[in-house]
Design a protein around this ligand. Structure first.
Ligand code: COA
Ligand code: MG
Length: 286
């Protein structure tokens, strides 16, 4: 089953079985075995064999996805042969055309596989057209890939993230309209915990539900950052109690702890409580 929350989506190369077997213990909400850019062209076959061999055993511990090479590449056909129903979904990178997504869905169906897609939006064309791409029924989630996007743009990747803000916003907006989960870009500098935390919090503020992770340290940071804090939950409860009292008295906007509260502010507070509740109800939470 496709995971209902994806605070952390941890990647490892399909050619690194030593890393793959460590992934369930990281506490990631889901993991991705990568046949695309983390697996070099002359090792794609080895990667596929590892995927076939390890996916079923890993899937007994954590939701597992495979990232295949996109349909325009010479590796795509063979990648499909390595997919099984132990996976909960397929990650399709560099999505640019609806026809590509439909081809993946049709090819999976011909193999007897009914796997939802996580669409990688990480090229100029993909970002420009993401609203129609994410509306495809096969898409369950989307990620924004900042590194590929800037490579395609011919830009320069900086720690400020200013160069990707527009694209990052477009992707989360399109995901919202399509009703799919939005997952934010990787932090390549995997030793920089502070950057990871800050990026997670910024992404959450925009409506992203999780982060692509490349290292176990990032998983713990993302799992925490994409959840409301205890203080947020407590404040939301107080706010909603005050709001209920005010509306019962015929007033729909009130002053609460120095801030104006009305229906949209109350709606945000309800969402904080719902998010916190979804984790309390989860047996797999670490
Ligand atoms: N999944 C599971 N375990 C991982 C991991 C991952 N993605 N990355 C690192 N680890 C493990 C290491 O094996 C090590 O385990 P140990 O404590 O048992 O020795 C521990 O976490 C700490 O790793 P560390 O030494 O800090 O990093 P490293 O130098 O071994 O690896 C990378 C760094 C970047 C090479 C590695 O994290 C990696 O390959 N990440 C995935 C890259 C990827 O998939 N990219 C494509 C998607 S964008
Ligand atoms: Mg990429």
């Amino acid at each position: 089953m496709f995971p209902s929350r994806l605070r952390s989506l941890l990647f490892a190369p399909a050619v690194r079985p030593d890393l793959l077997v460590k992934m369930p213990a990281t506490g990631a909400d889901a993991i991705v075995i990568d046949l695309e850019d983390a697996t070099p062209p002359d090792a794609k076959d080895t990667g596929r064999q590892n995927l076939l061999r390890l996916a079923p055993q890993l899937a007994s511990e954590v939701p597992v996805l495979a990232r295949i090479n996109d349909p325009s590449t010479p590796w795509y056909r063979d990648d499909l042969q390595a997919l099984t129903d132990s996976l909960c979904g397929v990650v399709v990178p560099k999505v640019e055309q609806r026809s590509g997504l439909r081809r993946v869905t049709d090819d999976l169906a011909n193999l007897g596989l009914n796997l939802p897609v996580v669409a990688g939006i990480e090229t100029a064309l993909g970002v420009a057209d993401c609203r129609e791409l994410l509306a495809e029924p096969t898409v369950a989630a989307a990620y924004f890939g900042a590194e590929d996007f800037i490579a395609d743009m011919g830009g320069v990747r900086t720690a400020s993230n200013r160069e990707v803000e527009m694209a990052q916003s477009q992707v989360v907006l399109a995901a919202r309209i399509a009703g799919v989960l939005a997952i934010d870009q990787i932090v390549a500098d995997f030793r920089d915990d502070e950057r990871c935390r800050t990026e997670c919090l910024n992404a959450r503020a925009m409506g992203y539900v999780g982060k692509l992770c490349i290292h176990p340290a990032q998983v713990a940071i993302a799992n925490q950052a994409f959840m409301p804090t205890d203080e947020e939950v407590e404040r939301a409860k107080r706010l909603l109690a005050a709001y209920a009292q005010a509306t019962a008295a015929g007033v729909a906007s009130l002053a609460f702890e120095g801030q104006m509260v009305d229906e949209p502010v109350a709606a945000q507070a309800r969402r904080v409580i719902a998010q916190a509740g979804s984790v309390a109800a989860s047996p797999t939470d670490s």
